[in-house]
Design a protein around this ligand. Structure first.
Ligand code: FAD
Ligand code: NAD
Length: 475
């Protein structure tokens, strides 16, 4: 088979690219080794984790109602039904993708693909006994994604030691769970299991949860997690895992010296690695950097003129919306348009409770570059809506260029931060000034108002925050 455009990988990068290429009139094939479309995000990532986090949030909200005088009986948990309901979400979405591919005449080829040369892929048979097939192409968009990073010493062949995929399968709710890695997955999945009833401990190598995220945003999350989790062990290393029959015996080395503890299950969530190996890329001109990421330019073109790459396989941040956006840029580039992947803001959201979200410049970037900015913080304790929700632990902060008043970065912690950050992304992309945000009328009472209030606070003019006259700058 020959196609002008072939997409390797059916995740959020791959299917966004394939569908846009078809919409622009190109003949497209998409190769996916999995039986279903959707990739990591839909099948074993974003969507199932968010479905389970939704359940966790409902459970915690029901508990929080106690202080409002509303008493629910202790919820009973049917794990099989919960698992089935989560799987139904996945089925609906992956089925929808297949339908969309069909309607657009995107040819779906199932099987693992490998480059024979710069214009030929060989696809292994999807089922035993089948025949492999060769597909030649003018352009290939490589969207093979990533997989969980593995630590060889933790590969003890025990079903009690899980990666994120196994944790999302929700085989049971273990009495105790150790999460290795206090990053996105560790905290999101730790939250799910803790809300469902496991005693969750987190061990993190560095001195903070979510290293790399803004400390102001992490602080309220850490405080709440200290109540939800059994233990948070920072600056601590797991040195050994052993299967002790009904539990996993874990040896730690931390600030208090060596310790050994037993856990019903362990989740290893220490990052992800790009799927750039085993693809036959050595048969092409594609350059893979020492971290395993495929090198691309601003149009997602690799060093091979026939091959472009998008999503997790070509770098960080490994996020679904970045993958989809790059997929569209790659297709537009093939289509001859002056497309460029040059976002001012790629939003990041950690879907814990509270959620953490940021976009654009962060205080960590400022510390690293020495750029001069002014930081405006609006604590949710001053927001009527936050009080009405019983969640005054949030914060909305804004990094502003003091020369031009341009909004350079936004960070939010609090329930719904992941939804609220969209306004920050738009503001940064549009080059809005703090005054634009302040003067745009926000509905009351909403958490969204904290964006406008944070902008007001930059000018020293926030209605709900008193600042002595001398402190408020005359801008
Ligand atoms: P993938 O989604 O990994 O898709 C790659 C596809 O290529 C896969 O289907 C794979 O089977 C296929 N493939 C690979 N090699 C071959 C081959 N040789 N032949 C044929 N097919 C092949 N991101 C967010 O933005 N928000 C979230 O809330 C979020 N939550 C997450 C939660 C978890 C638990 C995990 C693990 C990840 C989460 N992510 C989240 C990250 C997100 O899933 C990825 O960034 C995103 O899926 C990357 O998209 P992609 O298209 O680059 O790759
Ligand atoms: P991560 O990079 O977010 O966090 C890994 C954590 O493990 C880090 O804090 C790191 O310091 C720690 N660590 C590394 N080695 C360790 C060790 N030996 N012992 C203890 N701690 C150790 O990685 P992740 O949580 O596995 O997630 C992978 C990626 O998937 C994320 O970076 C993100 O791109 C994506 N993801 C996104 C979302 C989202 O957007 N909400 C959710 C889940 C995953």
């Amino acid at each position: 088979m020959h196609v002008p455009v072939v997409v390797l990988g059916g995740g959020p990068g791959g299917y966004a690219a394939a569908f846009l290429a078809a919409d622009l009139g190109m003949q497209v094939a998409m190769i996916e080794r999995d039986e279903r479309l959707g990739g990591t995000c839909l099948l074993r990532g974003c969507i199932p984790s968010k479905a389970l986090l939704h359940v966790g949030r409902v459970l915690s909200e029901a508990r929080e109602m106690e202080e409002w005088g509303i008493h629910f009986t202790k919820p009973s948990l049917d794990v099989a039904a919960l698992r089935a309901r989560k799987d139904k979400v996945i089925s609906a979405l992956t089925g929808g993708l297949s339908q969309l591919a069909k309607r657009r005449n995107v040819t779906i080829v199932h099987g693992a693909a490998r480059f024979v040369n710069s214009t030929t892929l060989e696809v292994a048979p999807a089922a035993p006994g089948g025949a492999s097939q060769r597909i030649t192409f003018d352009h290939c968009i490589l969207a093979s994604g990533s997989r969980p990073a593995r630590i060889p010493a933790f590969d003890i062949g025990s079903p009690r030691v899980m990666d994120s995929t196994a944790a999302l399968e929700l085989a049971d709710v273990p009495e105790s769970l150790l999460v290795v890695g206090g990053g996105y997955i560790g905290l999101e999945m730790g939250t799910v299991y803790a809300e469902l009833g496991s005693k969750v401990s987190v061990v993190e190598l560095t001195d903070m949860l979510l290293p790399g995220a803004d400390r102001d945003l992490v602080k309220p999350l850490q405080k709440r997690l200290e109540g939800l989790f059994e233990a948070i062990m920072l600056r601590t290393k797991v040195v050994k895992l052993e299967d002790a029959g009904t539990a996993v015996r874990v040896s730690f080395e931390g600030p208090d010296g060596p310790v050994t503890k037993e856990f019903s299950r362990v989740l290893v969530a220490v990052g992800r690695r790009p799927n750039s190996d085993g693809l036959g890329l050595e048969n092409t001109k594609v350059v893979v950097n020492p971290k395993g990421f495929v090198d691309v330019d601003g149009q997602q073109r690799t060093a091979d003129p026939h091959i472009l790459a998008i999503g997790d396989v070509c770098g960080e941040p490994m996020l679904a919306h970045r993958a989809s956006h790059q997929g569209k840029v790659a297709v537009e580039a093939i289509h001859g348009e002056p497309a460029l992947f040059a976002p001012r803001a790629i939003p990041a959201v950690v879907f814990t409770d509270p959620e953490i979200a940021w976009a654009g410049l962060t205080e960590n970037d400022v510390a690293a570059t020495g750029r001069v900015v002014e930081v405006s913080k609006y604590p949710w304790a001053a927001s009527g809506r936050a009080h009405a929700l019983g969640r005054t632990d949030g914060l909305t902060k804004m990094l502003v260029d003091p020369e031009t008043d341009t909004v350079l970065g936004v960070g939010i912690v609090g329930p719904g931060a992941g939804e609220l950050i969209a306004e920050g992304v738009l503001a940064i992309e549009m080059g809005c000034s703090a005054r634009d945000l302040m003067e745009a009328i926000h509905p009351h009472p909403t958490l969204g108002e904290t964006m406008a209030f944070s902008a007001e606070n930059y000018f020293g003019l926030a209605t709900e925050i008193y600042r002595p006259r001398a402190e408020s700058a005359d801008r």
